[in-house]
Design a protein around this ligand. Sequence first.
Ligand code: BDR
Ligand code: CA
Length: 305
Amino acid sequence: MERFIFDCDPGHDDAVALAMAKGLSKYFKLEAVIATYGNQTRDKTLANALNLAQALELDVPVYAGSEMPLIRKRVVAANIHGENGLAGPVFPPCKLKCAGNGIRYALDTVINNPGEITFVSVGPFTDLAVCLKADERFASSLKRIIVMGGSTVGGNVTNTAEFNVYADPEAAEIVFSSGVEIVQFGLDVTLQVMLNEDILNRVRASKETNYKKIFLASMEYYVKSCREFIHDFPAMHDPCTIAYLADPSAFEFKKVFVSVDCKSNLNYGATVDIREAEDKNVYKGIKADTEKFWNLFFEALERLP
Ligand code: BDR
Ligand code: CA
């Protein structure tokens, strides 16, 4: 069973990914959650991660990740995810506490378990980059990296840049050039996995659970804000990483080398596939089997509290 650390910035689609990580737990072993800044400031995403961990009865520690990008000025996605980063659901008072520093935890866990741990990152790339730079044993000890980030089909923040890379392009460049095997879920593939009214109706008709309420309340907000700023229905960006861990056959990939534009003005934060590169270390997602994805989602839903 693949053991992984889940680094996220919840965030509406991050929250769905966490729920799938709990509901599909027979396929893999989630070791811990790290909350980084991204969709909102770190304090807010950490509070959301703790609330979700309590509601989902996650039973793994939740650590605090980075508060700021490496170099650029911090940007957050309050326009999409709201003032608290996960607008919509209301959670009861949280009894869970942050387990400590996520960077320290990730370094120790990966280095002490060589070849065992996968790092899944669905927020800005800062935590991964800091770990890679802090100790060279981190890269050689990782099993692999799975990320949501990047795009070669146009951006969702600027014309060319996707949010997670745009939020910390220099960190993303450190990660993509690390030489570690990377599975990339960029907009090329995640925009194929859109929520729709049929799925919402199937959820509405499903058994009453605490998570069902959370999902419907958060999607009500997410759909509304996406309609205002992006497309008709939101994409399930981050949950693709978890669906992939449960069933790799749900996606098709192409081997590429990814470079991040950290220099130009208008193209800042865009990812580019370099055809000429010899060391192609990235399996870039290019096609999603949406039926398999939603089957996994409903399989998870069945098992959630
Ligand atoms: C990514 O940006 C965030 O807003 C989402 O949670 C996802 O990780 C999509 O570009
Ligand atoms: Ca995210």
